[in-house]
Design a protein around this ligand. Structure first.
Ligand code: UGA
Ligand code: MN
Length: 244
């Protein structure tokens, strides 16, 4: 079955570096379509060039964050319009396989992709480098899902990280109203709740029954000196061309 990897992205100095690193990880994975969805009104030629160079099968789409959220001084719902666009794409274009939300800055061991590929409804596993406690994971007792460990529970039914679950496309098709809410901190919980009804016994636990950490919520240090790196560098005359 095919894997659909939904990656939100947005323009900043680190963007092309992030997509390059993630893209070459995905290049080790067969039968995969990479849905790269940018928080922007238009596609960017340099992003398209980068995706072409990597050579992983991809679709490059745009889905801007609604203006009301862009303006707020509080936490923004990052990547939400992008991920919902990805869900719409799958509703229109996919019949089988599995979807996974892979942020452009995280780190993925390719073993998790083969494990998630056979997800019947929803699968889950641990994610490293989440909050001060360092890991977010389902808790297994007597072979059964028995709650979650996370540094911030926040009253969530599913206190899991975006990198810690996958969903079957066939199952998504049975939940036409499933959507990710524009609610910072509650994106994963809201989306998973919108897949109801979903029994705990239907959640498959991967990564050696959640003993292995195969995905990490890494974050890239902002690099102010790299403002020019999202532009095309013209080596011959030391100029940078913007707005390509
Ligand atoms: C992220 C997200 O903000 C939350 O949606 C999510 O709940 C949380 O991780 C999680 O996984 O639990 P953080 O790592 O701080 O938190 O956020 P970013 O990595 O900056 O953004 C998440 C994704 O959205 C990235 O792929 C990023 O490229 C994209 N993004 C970010 C946008 O498309 N637009 C933005 O304005 C910011
Ligand atoms: Mn991140």
């Amino acid at each position: 079955p095919p894997l659909y990897i939904i990656t939100p992205t947005y323009r900043r100095p680190e963007q092309l570096a992030e997509l390059t690193r993630l893209g070459y990880t995905l290049k080790h994975v067969p039968n995969l379509l990479w849905l790269v969805i940018e928080d922007a009104n238009h596609t960017n030629r340099l992003v398209a060039q980068t995706l072409n160079r990597i050579g992983v099968p991809y679709e490059y789409l745009v889905a801007p964050m609604p203006e009301q959220y862009k303006k707020t001084k509080r936490a923004k719902p990052r990547g939400v319009s992008n991920r919902n666009r990805g869900l719409d794409y799958l509703r229109a274009n996919a019949t089988e396989g599995v979807l996974y939300f892979a942020d452009d800055d995280n780190t993925y061991d390719i073993n998790i992709f083969e494990q998630m590929r056979y997800t019947k409804k929803v699968s889950m596993w641990p994610v490293g480098l989440v909050t001060k406690t360092g890991v977010s994971s389902p808790i297994i007792r007597n072979g059964k899902l028995d709650g979650y460990y996370d540094g911030w529970l926040g009253g969530r039914k599913y206190p899991v990280d975006m990198a810690g679950f996958a969903v079957s496309v066939k199952f998504l098709h049975t939940r036409p109203n499933a959507t990710m809410p524009f609610k910072p901190g509650y994106e994963e919980d809201g989306f998973l709740r919108s897949l109801a009804p979903l029994q705990n016994t239907e959640i498959e636990l991967l990564a050696d029954e959640c003993r292995d950490i195969l995905t990490w919520h890494t974050q890239t240090k902002k690099n102010p000196a790299a403002q020019v790196l999202n532009k095309r560098y013209v080596n011959t005359n030391l100029e940078f061309i913007d707005k390509l």
